[in-house]
Design a protein around this ligand. Structure first.
Ligand SMILES: [Zn+2]
Length: 278
């Protein structure tokens, strides 16, 4: 097997080996042992760390056997992610979602490209939490669980984002005002947040970085995506706890060619989500 792959996890094994979990472009999740990796610095140094983007050659004696990592060539180590606490924390949340969802022998070209897109933009130190929100909205879609931000999940009526909206994590959809009483746990979303997330669902990947998501809208979006992810996988997202504690980069000013998305109306102060709720 010869493929491009992202290192999702890496653990020492015995005195000299390393076992890596790879997200391989054409194979899905692959576990492989790098024999002597901790001694053979020339072959594997700095390559088998989580988030590294590699070109690998693996061999397997039988379909059920652990793969043997024969060669690894580094495309990118994403050094900035490894050296910055916020970037590393955001990447760890992405890593956890990938480890939950990516299965053996189930390659997914779209999720692979989305993961690379996210690592690349984190490494370039774009607003990291915005990269996470954009990753998640597309990730759920590619898994077949696209959040429905157009219709009410109760009555299927179209929801116009003109007033305060609510998202139902179990329905995976918005809740209209008529169905609100039947919906117990919902996440508030301002009309501006709904609009920007709708745009995020439609933009081609290569233009997704032009979408600016920050401030209260970003926090609302992250709260909704976190609640939806927990409900979807029926488990806690452990690395999200670190995300709450990680320091924040100040948002960089937009480049001249950025198409700043200006939602209308802007979210009000009352919609600001408390830090500990993301
Ligand atoms: Zn409804």
């Amino acid at each position: 097997m010869e493929t491009d792959a992202i290192v999702l996890d890496s653990n020492d094994h015995g005195e000299s080996d390393v076992i890596v979990t790879l997200f391989a472009q054409h194979e899905g999740r692959v576990k492989a042992i790098a024999k002597g990796a901790r001694k053979s610095l020339r072959r594997f140094v700095n390559k088998l760390e989580p988030f590294s983007f590699l070109h690998v050659v693996c061999r397997r004696k039988s379909p059920d056997a652990l793969a043997f990592l024969a060669e690894a060539e580094l495309h990118s180590a994403f050094f900035n992610i490894r050296n910055d606490l916020e970037l590393y924390t955001v990447a760890s949340v992405i890593q956890e979602f990938l480890l939950i969802a990516i299965k053996d022998e189930q390659p997914d070209e779209r999720i692979f490209r989305l993961s690379l897109w996210s690592l690349h933009h984190l490494d370039r130190q774009h607003t990291p939490r915005a990269v996470l929100a954009l990753f998640l909205i597309r990730f759920f879609e590619y898994l077949g669980y696209r959040p429905d931000l157009e219709h009410c999940g109760g009555c299927r009526r179209a929801v116009t984002a003109t007033a305060q909206c609510h998202f139902h994590p179990e329905w995976g959809a918005l809740v209209c005002s008529h169905c609100r009483s039947a919906a117990t746990v919902t996440t508030p979303l301002s009309p501006g947040t709904v609009k920007v997330l709708r745009v995020a669902q439609h933009l081609p990947l290569e233009r997704l970085d032009r979408l600016r998501l920050s401030g209260p809208m970003l926090q609302e979006a992250l709260t909704m995506l976190h609640n939806y992810g927990r409900n979807l996988f029926q488990r806690d997202i452990v690395s999200w706890r670190q995300l709450r504690r990680a320091p924040r980069h100040s948002a960089k000013p937009a480049a001249a060619d950025d198409h700043a998305y200006q939602p209308d109306p802007a979210p009000t102060r009352a919609l600001t989500i408390k830090e500990n709720l993301i």
